[in-house]
Design a protein around this ligand. Structure first.
Ligand code: AMP
Length: 406
């Protein structure tokens, strides 16, 4: 049953795919759609990064996740790339308390995932729309769901709860944590390149349009800045990050905003965009002298430093600080400012290494190793899909009395 694996990552207004040949972690095709629902563009590239197809303009305006995915699948089929497809791995933002590892999606599992939609209303429905579209296009292909929450499911109670009545905890009002697939990739990479650090106390800062930080001990997440929803913790491109719940009461009771308007404010109008009044894109903010843009960057850096302090305290010290995500991987300014004057914590960054975006960013005698590890969530999904495929293959062989391959 060896064959290709497709990974699918459906965000609120974007969709990314990658097609992996059998036994290979380098995709032969990648595709991405941006601004779904609006001025949508869809690009598909081969392994060298050359365009296979590009769609934009009137034909794509207002396209939905479903139509974009169908188009992508059609292109793969037309190019003869989907013939050997045996498994599709899906990124699913919320696995609730039950899903602590990747699962094979069947009707029952899909229904259970639908029941989690209220916990992630802006992400989960799109993830599940991707699964439905993929199931109907490829009914004989294994569909595997990989969860952003799963990496954090072993948090100790104090990092899993809010100080609300315990009945609400039992109902599922907990600190789930997200970006788990990214943390899993970076943690696995660290185990491969620096096993002694992997066995120690690590903070990973995933800094992209979504941003969070995670405390990891011996490869296990013990605390995350994200909580019940993907709003908590660090400020993000358009999301507010940590917020006093009293602000929401004020918006509801005094300003008479309704729930939809507040959700739009917190998810789409806040963060770097809200503070700068200019853009959610760090490149734009870094390139301007606008005082509000400067203040937005100041707040972003302040919150990251504050969370690093808290996470290090929950770890009882720190051996490695790792940056990833679009900002963490590309912005030497943000990395330098986060690490500035942190010698008291054992963090000393080397300006040349930082400017050159090297893997090791710390100065030679820095007690804490500072690193940049580009994250690759689609590889974690492809690995999970491959493992599930082998498990299913072994079960089928056992069922017919065959011997599974070693
Ligand atoms: P992600 O969500 O991980 O894809 O990260 C996207 C964000 O990374 C963008 O919104 C940019 O703000 C940021 N980014 C990408 N490249 C750079 C760069 N060279 N310098 C600063 N920020 C960058």
């Amino acid at each position: 049953m060896k064959g290709s694996i497709l990974t699918l990552n459906a965000g609120s207004s974007s969709l990314k795919i990658a097609l992996f040949p059998p036994g290979d972690e380098s995709p032969i095709v990648t595709g991405s759609a941006e601004r779904i629902g609006g001025d949508c563009t869809l690009t598909i590239k081969d392994a060298s990064g050359a365009f296979i197809a590009e769609y934009k303009g009137d034909a794509m305006r207002g396209a939905t996740h479903e139509t974009v995915l169908r188009k992508l699948i059609h292109i793969l089929q037309q190019a003869g790339l989907a013939q050997n497809l045996v498994a599709i791995g899906h990124r699913v933002v919320h696995g609730g308390t039950d899903f602590v590892a990747p699962i094979l999606v069947d009707d029952a599992a899909l229904n259970q995932l639908v029941s989690l939609e209220p916990l992630a209303p802006l992400h989960q429905p799109h993830n599940l729309a991707g699964i439905r579209a993929a199931r109907s296009a490829f009914p004989d292909v294994l569909q595997i769901a990989c969860f952003d929450t799963a990496f954090h499911r072993n948090h100790p109670f104090v990092n899993d709860t809010f100080a609300l009545p315990l009945t609400l905890y039992a109902e599922g009002i907990r600190r789930y944590g997200f970006h788990g697939l990214s943390y899993e990739y970076v943690t696995q990479k660290l185990a491969a390149i620096r096993p002694e650090l992997h066995a120690g106390r690590v903070i990973i800062c995933h800094l992209g349009n979504g941003a969070s930080a995670c405390a990891i001990r011996d490869g296990q997440s013990i605390a995350s800045t994200m909580g019940f929803s993907a709003l908590d913790g660090l400020p993000m491109g358009t999301r507010c990050g940590q917020l006093d719940p009293g602000v929401i009461l004020y918006l509801l009771q005094q300003k008479k905003m309704n729930a939809d308007a507040i959700a739009d404010l917190l998810y789409n109008q806040s963060g770097l965009l809200g503070l700068s009044g200019l853009s959610n894109d760090m490149r734009v903010l870094e390139a301007t002298d606008d005082p509000a843009a400067k203040a937005a960057i100041d707040y972003f850096v302040f919150r990251i430093r504050r969370e690093i302090g808290g996470l290090a305290a929950s770890l009882g010290g720190l051996d490695a600080l790792i940056f990833c995500g679009g900002i963490g991987e590309n912005s030497c300014l943000i990395r330098a400012r986060v690490c500035d004057d942190m010698a008291w914590m054992g963090i000393a960054i080397d300006p040349q290494r930082n400017a050159a975006h090297e893997t090791i960013l710390s100065a030679p005698l820095s007690p804490v190793e500072v690193m940049m590890i580009p994250t690759q969530e689609d590889i974690v999904i492809a690995r999970a899909a491959n493992a599930m495929m082998e498990q299913v293959q072994a079960q089928r062989l056992r069922a017919i009395g065959g011997i599974p391959p070693l």
